[in-house]
Design a protein around this ligand. Sequence first.
Ligand SMILES: C[S@@+](CC[C@H](N)C(=O)[O-])C[C@H]1O[C@@H](n2cnc3c(N)ncnc32)[C@H](O)[C@@H]1O
Length: 243
Amino acid sequence: MHKNNADIYDPQFVKGMFDRMSKTYGLTNYIASFGFTDRWRRQCINDLPFIEPDAVGFDMMSGMGESWGEIQKRIGANGQITALDISDEMNRKGKKHLKRFKLKNIKQRKLNVLQNDIPSISADFIVSTFGIKTFNLGQQKIFAKEINRILKPGGVFALIEISEPNSIVLKWSFMFYIKMIIPLIGRLLGNLEGYQMLGKYCEEFKSLRIFHGYLREEGLNATFKNYFGGCATGVYGTKSENP
Ligand SMILES: C[S@@+](CC[C@H](N)C(=O)[O-])C[C@H]1O[C@@H](n2cnc3c(N)ncnc32)[C@H](O)[C@@H]1O
């Protein structure tokens, strides 16, 4: 429980946190990660297995659309991205961002991905970048089930999240950075609380290793990957043609 007795994994708590952080999220992310998050997003989307140019699918926990440009490079003008996010404010910023794209093949929906009305077997691809750390293990299990339910046979997926690195030295420096320096940057930009919470989520989350196991339990062909010594971890793969 959070100090105010809030359940930090309650989707409404997470929504409120991102609503408040939306004003500074883009800038903090940019300054604080030295461009690493951009590079990792790109690598994650490049790791999506083969995808048809007219593919339709989802960017889950899409934030302000940080991944849309990279997804468009994979699916071209005839593909379609539906971007899902629970936060009104992140979606509002995403809508502004949308105006800057030449290709208009992106629809936004406000939705809790853990409790959704998306039809089964409806997606050729699912992407999710830096959204899963605010899920506890029970929610990660539900999310793995949802990915399997929503993907068409032969559909592909790729997800990435900030993680605790493997080596002690890297782990210590990285966690110091996430728990001390990022909140400091957040404080300078006017939202200490949100960035302190992000440190807490990262510490609890560790990596996508367990989620990788959940995807495999669902029968998905999932590969686990470390990025930069495990400072981020990813999973990518396919749903088999004959599940
Ligand atoms: C750290 S941001 C990541 C945004 C973006 N994908 C990126 O690469 O920067 C996490 C996003 O996940 C959204 N989110 C968290 N839990 C969610 C849920 N249950 N359903 C939908 N969106 C959720 C938040 O509102 C937030 O915009």
